[in-house]
Design a protein around this ligand. Structure first.
Ligand code: UT7
Length: 303
């Protein structure tokens, strides 16, 4: 479909130049498998070592069972407990928080954390206010208990405000309004967003999340080497960096290449930062995200 927009408008207002669409045979589970294999190889971990799979997604392959269970079967991770987290764009940060808890409570020693989406399947390609923004992708990480040393998760912070749900939602297709002719006619199986309102809240809540995570880590903002923000809009990223007092040279940006991939956004940005040599042992990274719910969160990590 064609919508009334221009490349110039999109680049100026969002910073997005391209986005990726999963192939017809790709599922969220198969995209996750690709990411999980890379993360496992880097961590030197096999599928049977994994005690839990925590998968953040807003676009599960099916509503029942979880996409994490499909991923478990594809991987052969037969020793794991597997489940999805529904927390929209900060899904990866929420999943990290859950993984940390699973490790602390000795439910699991090794946790696979995934953020994966096929947002193009819930995007209304006739709605110019959202069609230009979203893409597909997956990223993964392995979390393990660190024995000694000061590397790893230094702090986390998550928060939500469900009163703001009407500003960004997918109204139809769930159990309150199951798929019907009416849902299809009203196109309510697709995301709806009040862009400008969402923008304002994104800037405010990501600022709060940065402040809280930095405070909880017991560091100051100038000790952060790399800001890895959710990639929704370059203007939101710039506002967040400004609030955190970080020059753009210390900010990971790839919204131009992938658009908004929701819970895949942070792990994709981390993977690229690592490839580019921007995450070395000892690098302090601040991850921060915001999304539908509303939900927001941040984590400080020493790489
Ligand atoms: O992942 C977390 C959730 N999502 C986000 O964080 C996204 C947050 N929101 C945004 O990034 C921005 O609000 C958008 C990129 C969605 C929109 O940018 P904006 O600067 O807030 O534009 P706007 O919605 O205030 O619209 C400005 C104008 C309007 O025209 P009028 O009323 O001024 O004549 C829109 O109709 O731009 C128009 N417009 C477009 N024009 C060309 C809206 N979308 C488009 C478009 N192409 N695709």
């Amino acid at each position: 479909q064609r919508v009334d927009t221009s490349d110039q408008w999109i680049v100026e207002r969002t910073g997005i130049r391209e986005r990726h669409r999963a192939g017809p045979d790709d599922t969220v589970a198969s995209l996750s498998l690709t990411a999980a294999r890379i993360a496992m190889a880097k961590a030197g971990v096999g599928p049977l070592d994994i005690g839990a799979i925590v998968l953040g997604t807003a676009t599960p392959d099916r509503l029942l069972p979880s996409t994490a269970c499909d991923l478990q079967a594809l991987m052969g991770a037969h020793n794991a407990a597997a489940f999805d987290i529904s927390a929209a764009c900060p899904g990866f940060i929420y999943a990290i928080v859950v993984a940390e808890g699973l490790i602390a409570s000795e439910q699991a020693d090794t946790v696979l954390v995934v953020g994966a989406e096929k947002l193009t399947t819930i995007t209304d390609h006739t709605d110019r206010s959202t069609a230009i923004l979203f893409g597909d992708g997956a990223g993964a990480a392995i979390l393990q208990r660190v024995k000694g040393g000061d590397r790893g998760l230094l702090s986390t912070f998550i928060k939500s405000d469900g009163r703001l749900a009407p500003l960004l939602l997918r109204p139809g297709g769930g159990s309150s309004d199951p798929i019907s002719e009416k849902v299809i006619r009203e196109r309510s199986q697709f995301m709806k967003m009040a862009g400008r309102e969402v923008f304002k809240h994104a800037v405010l809540t990501m600022a709060e999340a940065c402040d809280e995570a930095i405070k909880r880590a017991g560091i100051t903002a100038d000790q952060v080497d790399l800001l890895v923000p959710h990639q929704a809009n370059i203007r939101i990223i710039e506002a967040t960096a400004k609030h955190a007092g970080m020059p753009m040279s210390k900010v990971m940006v790839n919204v131009d290449r992938y658009g908004n991939t929701s819970s895949a956004s942070i792990p994709l940005a981390l993977a690229q930062a690592e490839q580019e040599g921007r995450l070395k042992p000892g690098t302090v990274a601040l991850l921060v995200a915001f999304g539908a719910g509303f939900t927001w969160g941040a984590a400080v990590v020493r790489w």
